[in-house]
Design a protein around this ligand. Structure first.
Ligand SMILES: [Ca+2]
Ligand SMILES: [Ca+2]
Length: 361
């Protein structure tokens, strides 16, 4: 059995393509002086946060220290680890882990934990038992336009409905309304007024046949951004000569994706008083980009666009000329589960699994 199949069984639901949750677009790039050893990432999923390599296998999370790989602590959660980030939203730096359903654990609750990175001591922030306990985004952003960051969890509240729930530093809760299949969510200041705007991408629309869509709330209610079909992933980033972030999104998702969809990245850029949309990147043979990231891959001081497609991970170099030039980074069916580290001044992609490997661009 291929690892992809095993992994799909493990993350039952996470690989069911028709209604799959989009993985969180946020991947932290950590700095480390020592090279990483693949043996340190032989697990189901790997995450980078707070100078730690965090490896999850079933319900167990192991934290190892960079650079010596020494096991620091481990903890046992519920179900499987669906997402993990490091950050500070006014409570000091912590790790935040979201556990949900998985293989053999279809009834597992969704549990959000705040973890002390030094000791592994975990505090439960929230607990939810629903029909579908899948996470489709965990991040720290200003989600209520008050200029202060919140911790935000985008999660399935039922089979098709997705809800964003946020916590302020005092743990008071912000609940946003549910939307069908709103699997991509981000907050970034797209119109340059200094306030983070609410970005919602959907793989499907309001019923089984309706295509997905994209909208941005600049503070005056949702503004539609034209798409061909459903949006599979997105990232807000300032690339090339951009002074403020544009929205980059993988357009074209459809129910018969293998036949009809073509992987493409579009850019929605705010110009004066409207969004202008261009296609900046395409793949010759993939049907979608499942994850979009932005960081400086080659160390030239400028961020590139990193697109994880259904076959490979590709680096696109921003330019005024469209489409952007691309170069493949690595080909792997589990590319979606890669973590990215900076080691000896170079970025490395780290792949988990029985054939764990470290790949430089
Ligand atoms: Ca806020
Ligand atoms: Ca704004």
């Amino acid at each position: 059995m291929s690892y992809r199949i095993v992994l799909c069984l493990f993350f039952l639901g996470a690989c069911s393509r028709t209604d799959a949750p989009t993985p969180s677009p946020q991947t932290l790039v950590m700095e480390t002086a020592a090279p990483l050893k693949p043996s340190e990432t032989r697990c189901d999923r790997v995450f980078a946060a707070q100078d730690l390599i965090l490896c999850a296998t079933a319900s167990t999370l192991v934290a190892r220290q960079i650079p010596n790989g020494k096991s620091l602590w481990s903890l046992v959660g519920t179900g499987v680890l669906q997402d993990l980030i490091g950050g500070d939203f006014g409570r000091g730096p912590h790790l935040y882990a979201a556990w949900g359903r998985g293989r053999g654990q279809l009834d597992a609750p969704l549990v959000l934990q705040e973890i002390d990175a030094a000791s592994g001591a975990a505090t439960e922030l929230w607990h939810f038992s629903g029909a579908r306990t899948d996470v489709s985004g965990l991040f720290i952003s200003d989600i209520d336009r008050d200029g202060k960051p919140e911790l935000a969890l985008n999660h399935f509240a039922s089979k098709y409905m997705v809800k964003l729930r946020g916590w302020k530093a005092d743990l008071s809760v912000i609940e946003k309304s549910e939307m069908r299949m709103a699997t991509s969510r981000a907050f970034a200041d797209l119109n340059g007024d200094g306030i983070a705007d609410d970005i919602i991408g959907r793989v499907y629309g309001d019923d089984a046949q309706a295509p997905g869509d994209l909208r941005v709330d600049l503070g005056d209610g949702p503004l539609p951004i034209p798409t061909d079909r459903g949006v599979r992933s997105l990232v807000a980033a300032s690339l090339g000569a951009e002074a403020s972030p544009s929205l980059y999104f993988a357009d074209g998702w459809t129910q018969s994706y293998a036949k009809e969809a073509k992987a493409q990245v579009k850019r929605a850029r705010w110009e004066k008083d409207k969004f202008v949309v261009d296609t900046v990147a395409t793949s010759p043979d993939e049907y979608t980009f499942e994850k979009l990231l932005s960081f400086d891959v080659d160390g030239d001081g400028r961020a590139e666009l990193v697109a994880v497609g259904n076959k490979r991970c590709t680096v696109f170099t921003p330019s005024e000329t469209l489409p952007w030039k691309s170069r493949p980074w690595f080909e792997d069916p589990i590319a979606i589960y890669a973590g990215f580290w900076k080691t000896n001044g170079k970025i490395a992609a780290v792949l988990p699994g029985p054939n764990a490997k470290v790949v430089f661009p």
